[in-house]
Design a protein around this ligand. Sequence first.
Ligand code: GRF
Length: 187
Amino acid sequence: MANLAVLASGNGSNFQSIAERFATQYRHRLSCLIYDRRNAFAAVRAEKLGVPSHYVSYFKRPREEAEEEIGLYLARYEIDLIALAGYMRLFTPGFVGKQQGRILNIHPSLLPKYPGTRGIEESYCSPDRELGITIHYVDAGIDTGSIIVQPSFHRNGTESLDEISERIHALEHDTYPDVILKLLNQL
Ligand code: GRF
């Protein structure tokens, strides 16, 4: 049995797909959600799904202090793996070093193309025919950690931005929970 924490800042659809997938198995536990924006919809989802959730503020305090608080939750739940799911913060090299390859992230483009917050729009506006997502380990950079998987699909060019966004999110929801479970199985 290994313990997972999900960190999210916003909508939390990936958090929900992870929670629903974890509910179909007994081997590992989704122990908690940690969120850094008071109005994160992910927290509403957590409540409905019966997953403990904790707010950690970054407001007017050094990043290190917020990370220390996160560290207390990680210790309390004996967390083995951290999955970022739309978490809009960069960690300090100190925190990343301490977690040593135990933090994952999901990004809605085929990295190293289109890092940052506009991955879907930039992919959509590019001439690329092959689009997709990346699940990678987290380092102290922006979407730069080593890549674990990159499932993709081909577009024909007639799709709208909404259609492409939907397809990317569906691919995320299909892929992330299983990758997480597979990594937990290997611990
Ligand atoms: C996802 O597209 C993910 O790839 C990116 O942020 C988005 C989060 O969506 N890192 P949600 O909050 O899980 O709905």
